[in-house]
Design a protein around this ligand. Structure first.
Ligand code: E4P
Length: 213
């Protein structure tokens, strides 16, 4: 399973770079960084050598494709994030034909994910946290997409997005999702265990009792 980090905060990306295989951003995360879009994306590409998602903001397919071509020039690892709308799917098909990688985002149903795969999207991003927020089961959606893609051998990779907890990462791995895009604070929680800290303290205390020559 691959881990992407879901942030445009360069300090956090540097902190967790050794744990991650890629980065996802979105317009809200870019705004939160307080920096210019292209500048921050370029810097992220220098930190992590893996797929870096940068999102388009046009609503029509030709505008999306135009933006995508410009973003793709920034770095070979740029993946174009495109909303799962009718126009977004048209743009995804065009970009796939040009060999530009796409991450079809804002996916909330299995049928939307099926459409993204049929458009040859490189990745699809189902937002599980936002589904849980409205009392739908986000993790069931991941299982459904996984089954549907397996039925037909679709190559589109599933990025579990809108993750809120370490438990959701574990469940994604049990289902066999290709990728989880994880907020930095959740990555931090995943690596920690109180018994690891207690065990280490005890080992170090006992080590002090070992005669040193
Ligand atoms: C995914 O690519 C999105 O950037 C992200 O996971 C959205 O998460 P949120 O629902 O916490 O905003």
């Amino acid at each position: 399973m691959k881990f992407f980090i879901d942030t445009a905060d360069v300090a956090q990306i540097k902190k967790y770079a050794h744990l991650v295989d890629g980065v996802t951003t979105n317009p809200s995360l870019i705004a939160k960084s307080g920096r210019s879009f292209k500048e921050v994306v370029k810097e992220i590409c220098e930190i992590v050598d893996g797929p870096i998602s940068a999102e388009v903001v046009s609503l029509d397919a030709s505008g999306m494709v135009k933006e995508a071509r410009e973003l793709a020039k920034i770095h070979k690892n740029i993946v174009i994030k495109i909303p799962l709308t009718d126009e977004g799917i048209k743009a995804t098909k065009m970009l796939s034909k040009e060999g530009i990688k796409t991450n079809v985002t804002l996916c909330f149903s299995a049928n939307q994910a099926l459409i993204a795969a049929k458009a040859d999207a490189t990745y699809v991003s189902p937002f599980i946290g936002r589904l849980d927020d409205i009392d739908n089961n986000g993790m069931n959606l991941i299982a459904e997409i996984k089954d549907i893609y397996a039925n037909y051998g679709y190559k589109t990779e599933i990025i579990v997005a809108s993750i809120r907890s370490p438990a959701q990462v574990k469940q994604s791995a049990l289902i066999g999702a290709d990728i989880a895009t994880i907020p930095p604070e959740v990555l931090g929680q995943m690596i920690k265990h109180p018994l690891t800290d207690i065990g280490l303290q005890k080992f170090l205390a006992d080590w002090e009792k070992v005669p040193k020559k």
